[in-house]
Design a protein around this ligand. Structure first.
Ligand SMILES: NC(=O)c1ccc[n+]([C@@H]2O[C@H](COP(=O)([O-])OP(=O)(O)OC[C@H]3O[C@@H](n4cnc5c(N)ncnc54)[C@H](O)[C@@H]3O)[C@@H](O)[C@H]2O)c1
Length: 374
């Protein structure tokens, strides 16, 4: 126990990348349990933190208390969460702040917030004096299960999402589930979509455990276990293909559809995990249409996603109405594409995702038009 009666134990998942390996500490109290390790990355006894303003407002006292007990003074650069944070302007102001603090290469930058703050912080750390260490303290479910692990960092440009960035691995990730207590239910559900995704790609037992739990998968110890399952899955994929030259692209199951919806949605109406949820169902159903996946597997995916209160059909997605031809045009500019042809991640079964280059745009448009009628 710490002085506030918090249990200082957590699950640990290691991302095995040789000399750049790092641990992900998961659970309620992971912050206090990991504070000494964090302090070891801050040799000047100060913690340089870029923080989501909302998460900071809710959890500042706890964060500063844990750091103080580990002998660290907190220096905080607060930013507004959301996609706006991931911009050239946001990067410039963060790097300027780090330089103004006299930050040295040997010091770590700490990201406290959701995926947007984590992506921004990681990119700033990658370019700061040609690379300094950074630590992720993710405060959204999406960031705990997905974005804080794997070293993809970056910002959005006026041409689209995540188009400028770097691979830069964190030195430590502290996924304290206590921070999720203040997360709006909609954001919780959105993060859960990425957990389901992990099972659907290549971990059928994980999917089946989640399916059996239904909406209860989002509660208490079941949630900690589900986060650890998804992180362990991602850690295995990243360890085998750090720079996305092969299997790591599987993590994009549902994302080619999702990114198209996000690009087309009314501004601010649709959040990433919601688009992913519908995208996962579309990827399964398109696989059925191509005759490669049993319809029963697609139905199970759809039923579980719907049971957890996530949008499983296009008609349920906020931010519409959507136009199939425009969606397919968006899919044509996805980062995974090569030679102008659309690459999809499809599935032969639940837990059997594969990369499928050369999708037929006319057939995709027809499929999306049919799906909009459901
Ligand atoms: N790098 C990667 O591998 C990777 C993977 C997946 C997603 N992403 C990126 O992650 C981003 C989405 O991340 P996100 O869903 O965490 O969004 P986000 O960072 O915008 O956070 C969502 C909202 O939750 C608020 N918030 C954060 N913590 C809170 C807390 N504890 N309590 C209450 N409110 C809190 C934020 O202020 C914000 O309004 C996208 O930009 C996406 O591209 C990156």
């Amino acid at each position: 126990m710490d002085g506030d009666g918090r249990l200082m134990s957590c699950l640990t998942v290691t991302v095995a990348l040789g000399a750049r390996s790092y641990d992900v500490l998961i659970g309620e109290g992971a912050l206090e349990a990991g504070a000494a390790r964090l302090a070891a990355l801050c040799p000047r006894r100060r913690a340089l933190i870029v923080a989501d303003g909302t998460a900071l407002g809710l959890h500042r006292a706890r964060l500063e208390s844990a750091l103080r007990k580990a002998g660290l003074d907190a220096l905080i650069h607060a930013v507004e969460g959301g996609e706006g944070a991931k911009s050239w302007a946001g990067l410039e102001s963060l790097v300027d702040w780090m330089l103004d603090q006299g930050m040295e290469r040997g010091e770590a930058l700490i990201a406290f917030g959701g995926g947007t703050v984590g992506d921004l912080a990681g990119f700033a750390a990658a370019v700061m004096k040609r690379g300094c260490a950074f630590v992720q303290i993710p405060t959204t479910l999406l960031a705990q299960v997905d974005s804080s692990v794997g070293g993809k960092t970056g910002i959005n440009t006026r041409q689209g999402k995540n188009l400028a960035g770097a691979f830069h691995q964190p030195s430590l990730v502290i996924a304290d589930t206590g921070f999720l207590a203040t997360l709006p239910a909609r954001e919780m559900r959105a993060g859960y979509a990425e957990i389901v995704k992990a099972g659907m790609i290549a971990d059928r037992p994980l999917f089946e455990r989640l399916e059996a739990l239904g909406a209860n998968a989002l509660e208490g110890e079941a949630l900690t276990q589900a986060i650890a399952g998804a992180v362990a899955f991602k850690a295995r994929i990243v360890a085998g293909d750090e720079h996305e030259r092969g299997a790591r692209a599987l993590l994009n199951l549902g994302h080619t559809f999702a990114h198209a919806f996000e690009a087309e949605a009314a501004k601010g109406a649709l959040i990433h995990g919601e688009a992913v949820a519908a995208g996962l169902v579309l990827a399964m159903r398109y696989s059925v249409r191509l005759g490669v996946c049993p319809p029963a597997d697609a139905a199970r995916a759809e039923n579980h996603i719907a049971a957890c209160g996530l949008p499983a059909r296009i008609a349920q997605l906020p931010g519409g109405p959507y136009d199939a031809a425009r969606l397919v045009a968006r899919m044509g500019s996805d980062k995974k594409n090569t030679g102008g042809a659309i690459t999809l991640v499809l599935a032969r079964a639940l837990g059997g995702a594969y990369i499928s280059p050369g999708a037929d745009p006319a057939d995709l448009e027809c499929f999306l038009n049919e799906e909009m009628e459901r």
